[in-house]
Design a protein around this ligand. Structure first.
Ligand code: SAH
Length: 279
């Protein structure tokens, strides 16, 4: 790749680059991520990293899988960090590749802090997080003027793999018009009950986006009251994002992937007048 007009940072031997790989589509990698892939001596990647992304690696690179099962507390987390340290100390350029953004529900902070403790130089390369980029592939904006001025990202699992107790569900239900949920499939029933108990309407729109940005992407539109039942009925499996709020209605106008497969889009999915849209 000829990009000589820009002075890219050098991937130094003995350092770790903690890098986000985006939600799946290799085209959503950053230039820093692609250059890191091309230079790395060792790549330690997670379960959600699409295999096509590893094709950017140089042929002699050592490629190691460090996948974990979603939600479960991982006894291996410490081992992964120790491995990164060991590889860096042996003089390798170590690329730690994580799905989405390494600092969004990705334990990137934990790994980086262990590098700090071990005096290993590192760099963080942000990635497109699934809760924003994945939604965009479903034609759902995370914010839309007139609908929401705040958006909340939450994880449906806490450290112990249960629906997070630390969340003040009542406050959340009242304060955040749009809620984007990661790792929420397992506890969707109890999460939706808590939000309805906090005052959200059962008929409020929800979309469940599975395998966002991948060729296997599926988007199911449902409601808060029915989403857990529908997820089961449709046998939806992770990785999936669950998004709650009126932004879901915009999909009728913004499903650009659907458009390329023949779906007819409405320029007016919210029923606004042309004047309102132009404001
Ligand atoms: N660091 C990642 C999130 C890791 S947590 C990021 O920034 O995106 C793993 C969760 O992310 C999954 O359970 C799912 O909720 C979500 N996720 C990641 N990739 C996804 C994808 N391609 N489609 C749908 N959800 C995805």
């Amino acid at each position: 790749m000829q990009l000589s007009f820009y002075d890219f940072p050098q991937f130094l031997e003995g350092s770790v680059w903690l890098t986000g790989a985006g939600p799946g589509d290799p085209g959503l990698l950053t230039l820093h991520a692609v250059r890191a892939l091309q230079q790395a001596d060792v790549i330690v990647y997670d379960a959600l990293v699409d295999k096509r992304i590893l094709e950017f690696a140089k042929p002699e690179a050592q490629i190691e899988y460090a996948g974990k099962r979603g939600g479960k507390p991982s006894p291996k987390q410490r081992d992964i960090s120790l491995k990164l340290i060991e590889l860096a100390k042996s003089g390798k350029r170590v690329l730690r590749l994580k799905g989405g953004d390494p600092f969004v529900f990705g334990r990137g902070g934990e790994e980086a802090l262990m590098l700090v403790e071990a005096n290993v130089p590192f760099r963080i390369i942000p990635g497109i997080t699934a809760g924003i980029g994945g939604l965009a592939y479903a034609g759902i904006p995370a914010t839309h003027r007139g609908i929401n001025q705040t958006v909340t990202f939450l994880t449906g699992h806490d450290q112990n793999g249960v629906a997070p107790d630390q969340i003040d569900w009542d406050a959340l239900a009242k304060s955040s018009p749009v809620i984007v949920m990661y790792m929420a499939m397992k506890h969707l029933g109890s999460i939706s009950e808590k939000l309805i108990a906090g005052g959200r309407k059962a008929h409020e729109p929800v979309a469940i986006v599975c395998n966002a940005s991948l060729p296997t992407q599926s988007v199911s539109e449902t409601t808060l009251g029915s989403c857990a039942f529908d997820a089961q009925r449709l046998k939806l499996v992770p990785p999936a994002l669950v998004v709650l709020g009126d932004v879901v209605r915009l999909r009728a106008g913004l499903d650009w992937l659907g458009l390329s497969k023949g779906r007819e889009l409405s320029p007016n999915p919210l029923g606004d007048t042309i004047e309102q849209l132009a404001q």
